[in-house]
Design a binder for this molecule. Structure first.
Ligand code: SAM
Length: 299
């Protein structure tokens, strides 16, 4: 709930701390108000939109994509990915000596349905999380994905609505990365855990469905773009496994990806119908940990 993470949230306009706006009127958290007097309505579904004056430039994944994501992930096909992300977050907290009873703060950027964030919070009983996504259908899911998640609609490419030095771990799973903002919100020993699709991911589906492959060197490019803000901690780790997918799961997998926007649904359905009833499909991604560049001055 937003009340679990209110001490982390900041006004997207000027970065000042946010508070529950209506505690004196019963404490039902209908608005969040900043020290500077800006007010943000909490939607009745439980999420809050924290966008600066220009509003949101993107709408993110639509309701159909979010629903396809929920269907696919609920099949457990990506379990090794979620295990790897949670294990890496636990390592980040261990390395920084953040105890569970210190209520570590974990923020997922582009959190989608909250599948990964919920799993991570379950594996760290004292932790709490902020799920940020620019998509309203995603935020509606995020608001109810876990009792210790606060759901926020915000754009990863703008100033993040989080206080400086407040977050112990940022997770980014197949979503946008804003290195400068991550460096600002991380605590001194906090780190970012990034899961990026790697060349060979879904390889068996590429030709039959006409979807493009992941380009080579993606992680190296991400590390170089983060330079000046974040530096890699250790070597990226490859997570690779085989999924046994039926046609419905393949349809859900493609429906939750950008390919859903590029291939007409009828064409996609025809192509999927030509596949075997079930088939083995490779899942392959790299997990990278990044910490603040030690040359950055701490504000
Ligand atoms: C590929 S999905 C990954 C979702 C989730 N991390 C998962 O793996 O289940 C990318 C997510 O990033 C969100 N997104 C895209 N652009 C964004 C932006 N500029 N700011 C915040 N979220 C964004 C989308 O709405 C979508 O939910």
């Amino acid at each position: 709930m937003l009340s679990d993470v209110i001490d982390l949230l900041a006004d997207p306009v000027d970065g000042s701390p946010l508070h529950a706006g209506d505690v004196s009127e019963g404490g039902d958290w209908r608005t969040l108000v900043s020290d500077s007097g800006h007010s943000y309505d909490v939607a009745r579904q439980g999420y809050v939109t924290l966008a600066g004056g220009a509003g949101l430039r993107y709408s993110g994944d639509d309701a159909e994509m979010i629903s396809a994501r929920e269907t696919f992930l609920s099949g457990g096909h990506f379990a090794p990915f979620v295990e790897a992300v949670s294990a890496n977050v636990a390592d980040v907290l261990d390395d920084a000596d953040v105890a569970d009873d210190a209520h570590p703060a974990i923020v997922e950027i582009g959190a989608g349905t909250g599948y990964y964030l919920s799993h991570t919070l379950d594996s760290l009983p004292g932790s709490r999380g902020v799920g940020i996504d620019v998509s309203v259908p995603a935020a509606k899911r995020l608001a109810h994905c876990h009792p210790r998640v606060g759901a926020v609609v915000a754009d990863a490419w703008s100033r993040l609505p989080l206080l400086d030095n407040s977050v112990d771990a940022v997770t980014v799973i197949f979503a946008p990365r804003n290195a400068a903002e991550f460096a600002r919100i991380l605590t001194e020993r906090g780190q970012v855990v990034v899961l990026t699709a790697d060349a060979g991911h879904l390889a068996e589906l590429r030709a039959p469905l006409g979807i493009i492959d992941v380009e080579e060197g993606k992680v190296e490019r991400m590390i170089s773009q983060a330079s000046g803000h974040l530096v890699p901690v250790g070597e990226p780790e490859t997570v690779e496994f085989t999924m046994n997918l039926d046609q419905a799961s393949i349809a859900a997998q493609i429906g939750m990806s950008p390919s859903a926007r590029h291939i007409h649904p009828d064409v996609l359905a025809e192509r999927i119908a030509t596949l075997p009833a079930t088939m083995e499909v490779t899942a392959r991604a790299k997990i990278t940990r990044l910490g603040r560049d030690p040359r950055l001055a701490r504000s």
